[in-house]
Design a protein around this ligand. Structure first.
Ligand code: NDP
Length: 799
């Protein structure tokens, strides 16, 4: 502990030294004493001893003092909690939107009423400063419950076509225990779900206090269940058969395990994972504000923040000057007991985390980084680590790439804007970016080009319930907060209507080919980068009509063809930056050209799948209409300006995922292709499409339509062949950002499993079928939502 000399007021004025300003631990310690220092699990509205009979200890990282013993949930406890949540679901739904809103409002009120107890308990259990828990964490928690009480009230009017997901398993980390709890529980309850939550082993106490609040407000039994325990309890929850969705925040490593574990189960999942976020300072920035920004970016919560600005990028002309200012500020930071109100930096959560930080810093030094730490020493009675700055680091060094999750800032310089952007995006993560410049044009030029879910302009680490938060790339997917975050806890009602087998089509009574399309002698090539390309392997597949008569050949695509197509799709990325209006013009032209050749496509459908003339006509007509729909939506599916509570205008912009793979439905060779590929490109993605395997000629006939419609090369790439061969390569590919798979259950599982590596966004059909002729199942906003991700851009605004 740091000891302070008692000084006279005169001396104080001279030195401007702070004295200690401790907050009392008494209310929190009394609360623990009231529970005799031992906590049970909260299941079905009751406190229940763990069937595992095991307890673990939780301690105060600022002084290593024992705080309490907490239940360690085992498999049977998790099962009990899931059953309680399932039982509570109809009760919770029967309350209706207004009924649920009242409970959320009551919770918000109680959190506010007990805010001091929450703040102190959180500081004790986690080691974070009381200044932060009191002024940031707990107010945000209350705000989340208020805000989502509002969404609960509006559920039936704002989201008529959506329903709850069901029982949700939620797993949270230790860095913001209450904040993470509120980000997960508030939207889940608001949308009508029930919850089983597992708090982190290091920080279970405030979650247990929250469970008491649920009891106090009379929340129906089982709506919220709290199971404390370690990673094994988390895994039990993830793998439980009766959980409909998993929401997880934590490390990318565990996120990957979870993604793989639930692959093919049909469970919904959202993952909020790690980051290595850039903090960019241009030469025209207000440098002193930027220095304070750094303090908030990397020393807030001891740097144990997923979106911490841990990579400082400074324009070369001011780099040395800026580092000097940062070092001077570091000297003045105060570290110590988390309950001291005048402390900037608290304790690291655990000895393990402290060790990780120490090892990473050693690695940084070994790799040639220049280390700076303030001259003062850390207290020795807890797990403390000083603020640390590394200069002389290369972009590829370990400490520039790996999430350290501690108070360690890694600095690099850049010369031009383009270089800044390249360095900023030189990471596998994509959670946030903070840009500092007095030139708003520059900031707004950069904002859309950062590959990250949150962009802060001249600010950092600002959060609010009204704005979505979440990652791009390996920082995970899904959003928490904002209207966009609510979709994580709902599913379209039309999903209940999906079919277990393809919809029956009206067949042509006189079987066999009626068309004048020449048989057999034609081998359709692939379509890559706007050009027809021979398959790499030189092989082709014979395509037959539904009576088994050969009607043509298509190229048999292989891994190399897929890789070429992905490269071509990346080269087509100009499409992404075109305006929605410009993309719409191309799509209308496409519809026009398809209509002009409608009869050929009708004949091809009749020939390929033996449907009646009327059915084929309907498929072509609906395809044209569908292109019109997405052309119309190209400039209308837009974002929001969120009403956040800070002085910011917060723009929620839907952005294309980037390069998408679409494994089209086998049935409806034309309409299925159009219904999946067109919404993806309407939103600015470039696509590698695998058309229907059994009837691909309809798709290969589209090459000329695409050519004549001014669809730029690389926007749509078509690889024919066996989907079971082509899909794994796409799912494995690191440069594919999203993948939609309409096919078997096994194929869906494979796609989800393989996509875990680079955290692709996936949308799979799990062996269910859509009636693509039915607009409720075959088109709509859900396709656009799945083809985009929301970026929130915070811009200071107003006085
Ligand atoms: P984890 O990802 O391991 O933990 C997050 C939560 O998941 C905890 O509740 C944990 O349980 C639980 N968990 C652990 N393993 C499993 C599993 N197999 N299945 C289901 N749930 C599981 O993070 P750690 O706490 O171990 O921290 C390790 C590193 O992760 C940090 O150094 C940091 O880099 C990063 N991290 C990132 C966070 C972020 O917000 N992005 C937050 C926290 C950590 P428990 O810990 O209780 O055993």
């Amino acid at each position: 502990m740091k000891f302070y000399k008692i000084m006279s007021i005169k001396e104080l004025y001279k030195t401007m030294e702070y004295g200690p300003a401790p907050e009392s631990a008494t209310p929190a310690m009394d609360w623990i004493k009231d529970h005799k220092g031992k906590f049970q699990l909260f299941i079905g509205g009751e406190w229940q001893a763990p069937l595992s009979k095991k307890y673990f200890e939780t301690t105060n990282p600022a002084n290593k003092d024992h705080l309490a013993n907490v239940s360690e949930a085992g498999a049977k406890d998790v099962d009990k909690a899931v059953k309680a949540a399932r039982k509570a679901l109809p009760v919770w739904l029967a309350l209706g939107a207004h009924g649920r809103a009242r409970y959320l409002y009551a919770i918000a009120r109680q959190v506010q009423k007990h805010s001091r107890l929450f703040a102190v308990l959180e500081s004790l259990d986690n080691g974070k400063t009381i200044r932060e828990t009191r002024d940031i964490d707990i107010p945000i928690v209350a705000r989340h419950f208020y805000h989502h009480a509002g969404w609960a009230q509006l559920k039936d009017t704002e989201f008529k076509d959506y329903k709850e997901v069901g029982v949700v398993g939620q797993i949270i980390p230790w860095n913001f225990p209450m904040m993470m709890l509120s980000w997960k529980i508030a939207p889940a309850l608001a949308m009508g779900n029930t919850v089983v939550m597992k708090p982190a082993e290091n920080t279970p106490l405030t979650a247990l206090l929250f469970a008491e609040i649920c009891q106090q407000v009379g929340l129906p039994a089982g709506v919220v269940n709290m199971i404390t325990g370690d990673g094994k309890a988390g895994a039990e929850l993830v793998n439980h058969k009766d959980v409909n969705k998993i929401a997880f925040t934590g490390s990318t490593g565990v996120g990957r395990i979870i993604r793989k574990a639930i692959a093919g189960s049909g469970k919904k999942v959202s993952l909020e994972l790690g980051g290595k976020s850039p903090f960019i300072v241009f030469d025209d920035a207000d440098l002193d504000s930027a220095v304070e920004g750094i303090v908030d970016a990397i020393w807030f919560n001891q740097g144990q923040v997923c979106c911490a600005g841990s990579r400082l990028l400074v324009q070369e002309s001011i780099a040395e000057k800026f580092y000097k200012k940062v070092r001077a500020r570091m000297e003045k930071l105060r570290i110590g007991n988390s309950l001291d109100k005048a402390v900037d930096i608290g304790a690291i959560v655990s000895p393990q985390q402290l060790k990780t930080i120490e090892e990473m810093v050693k690695k940084g030094v070994d790799e040639g980084g220049k280390l700076f730490q303030p001259s003062w020493a850390c207290p020795s009675d807890g797990y403390f680590y000083p603020p640390t700055l590394f200069t002389n680091v290369t972009p590829s060094s370990t400490i520039s790439q790996v999430e350290i999750f501690g108070p360690v800032l890694v600095a690099m310089s850049f010369r031009t804007h383009e270089e800044a952007l390249k360095l900023a995006n030189n990471t596998r993560y994509g959670l946030a970016a903070s840009v500092w410049t007095e030139n708003i044009n520059l900031a707004l030029d950069m904002a859309p080009r950062f590959k990250a879910g949150t962009i802060w302009v001249n600010c950092t680490n600002v959060f609010d319930a009204a704005a979505g938060f979440g990652g791009y790339r390996e920082s995970g997917f899904g959003r928490e907060g904002g209207k966009e975050g609510l979709y994580e806890y709902m599913k379209p009602r039309s999903e209940d209507e999906l079919l277990s087998k393809p919809v029956a089509r009206e067949q042509n009574v006189s079987k066999g080919t009626k068309s004048d399309i020449p048989a057999i002698d034609r081998t359709a090539k692939m379509y890559v980068g706007g050009k027809q390309k021979r398959p790499d392997g030189g092989y082709s597949l014979t395509i037959t009509d539904n009576g088994g008569t050969p009607i043509g050949e298509v190229g048999e695509g292989n891994r190399k063809d897929i890789r070429n197509a992905v490269e071509a799709a990346h080269a087509g990325s100009k499409w992404t930056s075109m305006t929605g209006h410009a993309r719409a013009q191309v799509l209308y032209f496409l519809a026009e050209n398809l209509a002009a050749r409608g009869d050929e496509f009708v004949a091809r459908l009749q020939q390929s799948i033996g449907v009646s003339d009327a059915d084929a006509q309907k498929e072509v007509e609906l395809s044209i209409q569908r292109i019109y729909t997405y052309a119309a939506m190209a400039d209308k599916y837009d974002g929001n300006v969120h009403h956040t509570i800070t002085r910011n205008v917060t723009l929620a912009m839907p952005e294309a995922l980037g390069v998408m793979a679409v494994i089209c439905p086998d049935e409806f060779p034309l309409l299925g292709f159009i219904s999946t590929v067109i919404p993806a490109i309407a939103m600015g993605n470039c696509v590698i499409a695998i058309p229907s395997e059994t009837a691909p000629l309809t798709a290969t006939d589209l090459y000329q339509v695409l050519d004549t419609s001014d669809v730029p090369g690389g926007v749509v790439n078509i690889i024919t062949g066996e989907r079971d061969v082509l899909t794994p390569t796409l799912a494995d590919h690191d440069d594919v950002d999203g993948i939609w798979y309409f096919g078997s259950k096994a194929g869906s599982k494979l796609v989800e499993e393989k996509s875990a590596e680079n955290m692709k966004r996936t949308w799979v059909s799990n062996g269910q079928y859509r009636n693509w002729q039915n607009a409720e199942q075959g088109e709509g906003e859900v396709f656009l939502r799945k083809a985009t991700q929301i970026k929130n851009i915070w811009i200071p605004y107003g006085a």
